[in-house]
Write a protein that binds this ligand. Structure first.
Ligand SMILES: Nc1ncnc2c1ncn2[C@@H]1O[C@H](COP(=O)(O)OP(=O)(O)OP(=O)(O)O)[C@@H](O)[C@H]1O
Length: 129
């Protein structure tokens, strides 16, 4: 049986909070480095932000675009974390492992479809006018 791991490293208070933020940023970085999907999201995010400035989006339009972008990032990060956990718990074939991965992938698909809808509604009239 493995020794219990203390992720706080004995830190308390502000040091512990700052370490948590560091772990979160490291999580995004690790996912970005290892996942092609995440890198594609990063490029898409920069393109959309560039288009937003080009078309001088209104405040509410920026809010919708920001929500859509964030939704896709959050879904993809959770999907990546769940895939890693699934591979740890079930390296071999198991129907529940497949189910968990399929459901997580479904969340990413839904977020991406929502982002496409927001993109079409916000940018469509500007591009095609
Ligand atoms: N351990 C497993 N047991 C059963 N089915 C699995 C298992 N691992 C993966 N699968 C099935 O294969 C599919 C693809 O799995 P995979 O881990 O390659 O994910 P992915 O969605 O292709 O992600 P990525 O492209 O980011 O690696 C899953 O959605 C699931 O249906």
């Amino acid at each position: 049986m493995a020794e219990p791991f203390d992720p706080t490293g004995g830190r308390t208070g502000l040091a512990r909070r700052l370490a948590s933020v560091g772990h979160s940023v490291r999580g995004i970085w690790v996912a970005m480095r290892g996942e092609f999907h995440m890198q594609a999201h990063a490029v898409a995010t920069m393109v959309v932000i560039g288009l937003g400035f080009y078309y001088q989006l209104a405040r509410l339009e920026w809010a919708l675009v920001a929500l859509a972008i964030t939704g896709v990032w959050v879904a993809e990060l959770l999907n990546t974390a769940l895939e890693a956990l699934t591979d740890l718990v079930s390296p071999g074939f198991h129907p529940l492992a497949g189910k968990a991965k399929d459901i997580a992938a479904g969340a990413v698909l839904l977020a991406a479809l929502g982002a496409v809808a927001v993109g079409l509604l916000v940018f469509g009239p500007k591009v095609f006018s």
